[in-house]
Design a protein around this ligand. Sequence first.
Ligand SMILES: *Cc1c(COP(=O)(O)O)cnc(C)c1O
Length: 367
Amino acid sequence: MDRDRILLTPGPLTTTLRTKLAMLKDWGSWDGDFIAVTAKVRAGLLDVVHGQDSHVVVPLQGSGTFSVEAAVATVVPREGHVLILDNGAYCKRAARLTQLMGRRATVLEFPEESPVSPQALEARLEADTSITHVILIHCETGTGVLNPLPEVAAVCEKRGKGLIVDAMSSFGALPIDCRSSRIDALIAASGKCLEGVPGMGFVLLRKAVLEQCAGNSQSLAMDLFDQYQYMEKTGQWRFTPPTHVLVALAEAMEQYREEGGQPARLARYVDNYQTLIAGMKALGLKPFLAPEVQAPIIVTFHAPQHPAYDFKRFYQAAKDRGFLLYPGKLTQVETFRVGCIGAIGRMEMQQAVNAVAEVLAEMGIAS
Ligand SMILES: *Cc1c(COP(=O)(O)O)cnc(C)c1O
């Protein structure tokens, strides 16, 4: 194999050569050149979701979950009460981290094959007025289901509740508009749909709630308000920044703009998704979700109902052909997942489908 394997996963994902090459340089964290890259990335992230007037960007070292944890720690007061809208694995993770940080957490459960319900949210907020904040996962990567962000934001605004949105797997690809959806904290990371490499997250904090965030965090490293203040004052990160990750993200965002921004990114992912679905259907592989609730980000497929099927063998055989698949995350049914995101297009998706066809034949699984 003279090329990297194609990552059909929800991050890390396949990046361009240009993005990889951007990492071949060392940077001083306090140096003016690096400070300029930080400023440019922060401004560019606001543009993606039209948050220039309403929000500030606070980047944070670590994987995406670090930023979710930091957002909850920073935005929710210690006596706050958080309602988590739960239709999958990442929602459960958000509930757990909220609880571990000592915030009161209530989970409103929905079936994993359907979006969360804004009506049910409104009823719960009406029934329990002690709730101060709501957490929504925009695209629940565990299944790939798309949740109704504008509708949930409207309910939270009407009821005067804070809204924290984990847009990790949707930011940059699916439309999010901070002018029409009121979001207190919007969280994403470098290594997802912006097609950077993993290693940092970022949170868009709404300016109107910023001052109330002082002193909320029980953790020094996770305090986004502190990180924000320091960055405003000095242009620098509080602690050692992931320099190479940031310059790679800056380079990835340059390509994002050249490609045509969010609409173009979405169009490419939709094309990837459609190529994948059509090809897999022809092989007899069925998606877990109904198409109307499916985001074009990651697709959960039912595992073939065949005694010869074994995910490990299936995975290895696809890997031998240059494609990394992803295990399923459901407890009730056996599934596997295929990501549609990353610096890949129709050709790679078609090649992936061809590889799966070969793998199924090799395993003796007739379609
Ligand atoms: C990727 C992802 C995260 C963060 O996961 P990490 O492994 O910490 O990077 C959080 N929420 C969602 C919905 C995700 O897709």
